[in-house]
Design a protein around this ligand. Structure first.
Ligand code: 5GP
Ligand code: ZN
Length: 111
């Protein structure tokens, strides 16, 4: 499958790993938008948030337990979790991922 994050998961494209378990992988974004900017992706290829179902939602719940654990380990007290779903919302990589951003430049907000 021609998916950038599947290639990163397969080790075909290098990445700066933060954390890995049997369900998910966390790595730093190549173009950080804040002091700290990392991504957490399911190992299973799920295209986007619109593809989350009762059958695959466990991995999403798991990711939402991993994120606070990693933030604690990285010493981040405040952070923003973002998911872009669909091209119109800015999704550029069609493999579900959650951005975790932290730092001094999170003042601008849409919601
Ligand atoms: P999206 O725009 O789909 O919400 O987020 C995709 C993110 O993947 C972007 O923030 C972009 O900087 C990041 N990205 C794109 N290509 C690579 C890559 O090869 N390695 C890493 N670590 N991040 C990437
Ligand atoms: Zn993929």
């Amino acid at each position: 499958m021609d998916c950038l994050f599947c290639k990163i998961l397969a080790g075909e494209i290098p990445s700066k790993k933060i954390y890995e378990d049997n369900l998910c992988y966390a790595f730093y974004d190549i173009a950080p938008q804040s002091d700290t900017h990392f991504l957490v992706v399911p190992k299973q290829h799920i295209c986007c948030a619109a593809e989350i179902t009762a059958e695959n939602a466990d991995v999403v719940a798991h990711i939402f337990t991993v994120i606070p654990k990693l933030c604690k380990e990285l010493g981040l007290d405040s952070y923003r979790i973002i998911n872009n779903c669909g091209a119109g919302a800015g999704q550029t990589v069609l493999h579900l991922h959650f951005h975790v951003l932290s730092g001094s430049n999170l003042g601008e907000r849409l919601v």
